[in-house]
Design a protein around this ligand. Structure first.
Ligand code: MSP
Length: 530
């Protein structure tokens, strides 16, 4: 087992409705990062799960005439199926209704209480049920929830409060000393300016006007506020406090990936709770942007086109995962459209990448069906392309380490673009006609095959089936299990010249089909009316 560990989490999703492409975005990013780190030899723990308590879940379950537990059990099946379909290959899945989690949250409340950080009071103010957030009058925007712009309810109820204000100075110090605690930096500034500088008020951490939640051990008329219940998942999923094997191995988390609207909970409330519990803080909270739909926030009611399962079915998982992480710089908002997805798939995948592979494999199969000869006449132009691949190896890692997924892909696709240009420059189809150019032709096609071999590795964290398809066409998979494993490793992609002369290429189907954009858009439109 590797001594280097990497613990990455997604937010735990509310199972109140079917998940849409915006939710899948975060999970695909976390999964890609987890796959990358595994390839780099880390002992990875990738956690996701469901946030099953709270007023919203209770209300939705009631509307459907179901007990909340029965309702969340049904929703859970769909969520797990979606992650399976999308190859979101988590190591741990937590449900906040898991008995161990419930017990651990109760333990945490007892500890906070013993520490003197909990006191009884009355909460009077506004509550946004969809966001499960408390708001003061002055925080509302035109009388609406500042996060989701939906109506809020006036509430007055008995509550226990957590002394969040006590931790204000330590939080300020944290942001000051660790400028990379919250990323991107713009989100750290938001937290400092909008919340820390304005002063933190104590937080209501229990509810008493409904019952779907974790009962407080010291007050049987109260349940834990769903956000405190939910945040604790990151440690309870590791067995805290009773079974500390995983906890000792992985805590503190390397990164909590979260959407920008829940940054406040993760970068202020969560660290304060951990400080109160005398536990180490996570190393980083990364706030990604939102996928907007027709300029607004996405929701399942916006139609079928935001259903990830439909998109996987129509365009393939690898195209969807590629699109999500290539199209939108990870920290920024972006406008989602199926048209953009089809365009990317056609241009980057079918054209640039797919055609490159098909052309190279076809030319090798025509001129060197039995493998490459040892005589190869290399030229500067070949060395330049190989050097670019070496530079790409370094760039891919640099960008990955900063979670700049779209830049990782941009650097790989730059190499793909240069490889296509290299074909135009070296004109292998002309070389193929002259017997005396055979060793020159071998050098050109070998250089291309070797670059494609390396690309197949770099895309592996993003794409599920494509790397193996590329290796199959390059004849690597048929050369034996051991060679295939060796040439699938991350390290192998850093080196040039590992493609072997005795690999026999296999012509295959295009790895990405071209989509007829006009026909597809009209089909999609009809689908959406169903
Ligand atoms: N249950 C809380 C999280 C608790 S974590 C301790 C929650 N759940 S959620 O289901 O509403 O949202 C989960 C995540 O999905 C959030 O990070 C949110 O930002 C993200 N997204 C929801 N819609 C999204 C988009 N349209 N685009 C990108 N991410 C989006 O909040």
């Amino acid at each position: 087992m590797s001594s280097k560990t990497f613990y990455i989490t997604t937010p735990i999703y509310y199972p109140s409705d079917d998940l849409h492409i915006g939710h899948a975005y975060c999970s695909v990013a976390a999964d890609t990062m987890a796959k990358y780190k595994r390839m780099r030899g880390y002992d990875v723990f990738f956690l996701t799960g469901t946030d099953e308590h709270g007023q919203k879940i209770e209300e939705v379950a009631r509307e459907r005439g179901l007990e909340p537990q029965v309702f969340v059990d049904q929703m859970l099946v769909k969520i797990k199926d979606l992650w399976k379909l999308m190859h979101v290959d988590y190591d741990g899945f937590i449900r906040t209704t898991d008995p161990n989690h419930v017990k651990a949250v109760q333990h945490i409340f007892v500890k906070l209480n013993e520490k003197g950080d909990i006191y009884e009071g009355v909460y009077e103010g506004w509550y946004c049920t969809p966001c499960e957030s408390f708001w003061t009058e002055s925080q509302l925007l035109d009388g609406l929830c500042p996060d989701c712009q939906r109506p809020v309810e006036k509430t007055r109820e008995k509550s226990y409060f957590f002394r969040l204000s006590k931790y204000e100075n330590r939080l300020k110090q944290l942001f000051h000393d660790h400028s990379d605690f919250v990323e991107p930096a713009s989100r750290a500034h938001e937290m400092i300016n909008n919340f820390l500088e304005a002063g933190l008020e104590d937080l209501a951490v229990s509810r008493s006007n409904f019952s779907w939640g974790v009962p407080l051990p010291f007050a049987d008329d109260s349940i834990a506020y769903v956000w405190v219940d939910a945040l604790c998942n990151y440690i309870t999923a590791l067995g805290y406090p009773d079974d500390t094997e995983l906890f000792d191995r992985y805590w503190p988390a390397d990164v909590h990936l979260v959407g920008k609207e829940i940054m406040r909970f993760h970068s202020l409330i969560w660290p304060a709770l951990l400080m109160a519990l005398d536990l180490p803080l996570p190393k980083k909270i990364f706030g990604h942007g939102w996928l907007l739909f027709e300029g607004g926030k996405m929701s399942k009611s916006k139609g079928n086109v935001v259903d990830p399962a439909i998109l996987v079915d129509r365009y393939g998982l690898d195209a969807l995962r590629y699109f999500l992480l290539r199209e939108f710089p990870f920290g920024s908002d972006g406008n989602y459209s199926t048209e953009a997805l089809i365009k990317r798939s056609n241009s980057d995948l079918a054209n640039d990448f797919g055609n490159l592979l098909s052309r190279v494999v076809a030319m090798i199969s025509q001129s060197f069906p039995e493998g490459f000869p040892s005589e190869k006449d290399f030229d500067q132009v070949d060395i330049d392309l190989t050097n670019l691949a070496d530079e790409t190896a370094a760039k891919v890692e640099q960008h990955f380490d900063k979670m700049e997924f779209s830049l990782v892909l941009a650097s790989i696709w730059h190499l793909i673009g240069q490889s296509n240009k290299y074909i135009d420059l070296t004109t292998p189809w002309i070389l193929a006609k002259e017997e005396e150019s055979r060793s020159r032709l071998a050098a050109v096609l070998y250089t291309l095959a070797d670059v494609l071999r390396r690309i197949a590795v770099w895309i592996s964290p993003f794409m599920v089936d494509t790397p193996a398809k590329v290796r199959q066409q390059l004849g690597i998979t048929d050369a034996g299990e051991e060679i295939n494993t060796e040439l699938s490793s991350w390290e192998s992609a850093a080196e040039s010249g590992l493609y072997r002369d005795d690999f026999i290429v296999q012509k295959g189907k295009p790895i990405f089909p071209r989509i007829d954009i006009r026909a597809e858009l009209s089909t999609i439109e009809k689908l959406d009316e169903i």
